[in-house]
Write a protein that binds this ligand. Sequence first.
Ligand SMILES: O=C(O)CCC(=O)C(=O)O
Ligand SMILES: [Fe+2]
Length: 205
Amino acid sequence: MNVQGSFFDDGEATGISLLNGELAYYPQFFSLAESNELMQILSEKIAWKQESMKMYGKEVLFPRLMAWYGDSASAYGFSGNTFSPQAWTPELLQIRDRITPVSGQVFNSVLLNFYRNGNDSMGWHADDESELGPQPVIASVNFGATRRFQLRYKKDHLQKYELPLQHGSLLMMKGTLQEYWEHQVPKTKKVSDGRINLTFRFIHP
Ligand SMILES: O=C(O)CCC(=O)C(=O)O
Ligand SMILES: [Fe+2]
């Protein structure tokens, strides 16, 4: 078993210690009222786009909507695309400033994903791009439908861990997690509502 147990649980957060990786989960980081309002504002105000990537010589649409915001110095490559960030909105700065004190880290950008329903998804990957530096701290904020967040150990896919990311939650990924683990958000027939995920990152300029 890969999970070495919760290394802390202070009522607000649970620390999850995996083999060569660390997570901290705050299920109700944002109040319900705040979460409802942010879900609404972000779904309307963010410049959502369905991006595509080249796969086997063909353009394939990502199965979700995406957007990229941040400091102008944080251009970023992902799956063969380069994203130039849009300027921070007041709501994104509000969320960033709430999570900064618990992150021990400043963030200069945020990648947003809009899963329109259970048919939208994100496949296995690690956020291990060189621009993020070694042992990046990534803060993942969730609004809307609860979706399953699955992890698997890169060298042994039978080692797995999973948690449901709920409305108003914060998940911190840190340590060597991106080096040793991949994560995904699988499709599901059980969810028809939308979900917005924001991953705050520090891109080394
Ligand atoms: O939607 C999620 O919970 C995961 C998002 C993610 O892994 C990413 O943006 O790199
Ligand atoms: Fe990721």
